[in-house]
Design a protein around this ligand. Structure first.
Ligand code: SF4
Length: 273
């Protein structure tokens, strides 16, 4: 899967081994093994993808390039260190920044229904919930023109709720898009924090989960007919979906997607966030 380059046979062999190590480490990272839905996934516009995920359904796409995910993880660490260096103390004695703090968006006695995640940054001085997105420069222009889309917007407000659950008083959410480009390009989308956006997203998730847990689903053996009732979305990011299977006629095997003209590839930008 990975393309390697070496100037000779030994170089080729070493390149293969390093690429294998990178892929193995990425695939077995805690984030990759996560099955519970996190704040970055809850607002996915595609109910079918969320359903596959909730059921831990076998993935259809066999190839996953971890390169962008690794770069994104490195960027988040870099930002974490940058704000640790900028850390100051507020007049009340608390640190100004909460950096990469784990927050619980929705506590639950049932482990599988907990929604929790690591919030990139919360600035107590301004009440702003920040999220970093490292994106390609074409995507950066698109986010600048069209806004962050439902998934990223929902994620921002879910983290706002998580901060609120921790006793903070968020006033604003902000998504900072940084271009993977040879020169620095930054775009910030922001709006006032709205708890209702998060509450509505959790209610939608519950509705999807109830359909999965319905005995009728098991009785139907999660067949193609059952899957066909579950709506996809025109806004779905099929290229990055682990269940994308172009041309598939059986949703129990894989989903043909809603943008059939796009090339089959996943594991790229969607993994960065
Ligand atoms: S391939 Fe597209 S439509 Fe199908 S489940 Fe994935 S995101 Fe949804």
């Amino acid at each position: 899967m990975a393309r390697t380059s070496g100037s000779n046979e030994v170089g080729e062999m070493l390149a293969e081994r390093i690429a294998g190590l990178i892929i193995d480490t990425a695939v077995n990272s805690p984030r990759s093994l996560q099955k519970r839905l996190g704040p970055s996934e809850v607002g996915d516009p595609c109910e079918r993808r969320l359903t596959y995920k909730l059921l831990d359904w076998p993935e259809s796409a066999t190839e996953s390039d971890p390169a962008a995910s690794i770069i994104g993880t490195g960027f988040h660490s870099w930002m974490e260190e940058a704000f640790e260096r900028k850390q100051t103390t507020l007049p009340d004695g608390r640190p100004r920044y909460r950096i990469e703090e784990r927050v619980t968006v929705r506590p639950s006695p049932i482990e599988a229904t907990v929604v929790a995640g690591s919030s990139d940054l919360y600035d107590r001085a301004t009440g702003t919930v920040w999220d970093w997105k490292l994106v390609g420069h074409t995507s950066l222009d698109e986010y600048r023109r069209k806004g962050p889309g439902p998934q990223y917007r929902t994620q921002a407000h879910l983290y706002g709720l998580g901060q609120e659950n921790d006793g903070e008083t968020p006033k604003r959410v902000a998504i900072c898009f940084v271009g993977r480009y040879h020169e620095l390009r930054v775009h910030v989308w922001t709006e006032p924090y709205d708890r209702q956006v998060a509450v509505d997203a959790l209610a939608r998730l519950d509705r999807i989960r109830h359909r999965v847990d319905d005995p009728a689903a098991a009785a139907a053996d999660y067949s193609n007919a059952w899957w066909s009732q579950i709506p996809a979305s025109d806004q779905a990011k099929c290229r990055f979906c682990p269940w994308f299977k172009p041309g598939s006629a059986d949703l129990a095997v894989g989903c043909p997607g809603t943008q059939a003209d796009r090339p089959a590839r996943h594991g790229f930008e969607s993994l960065i966030a």
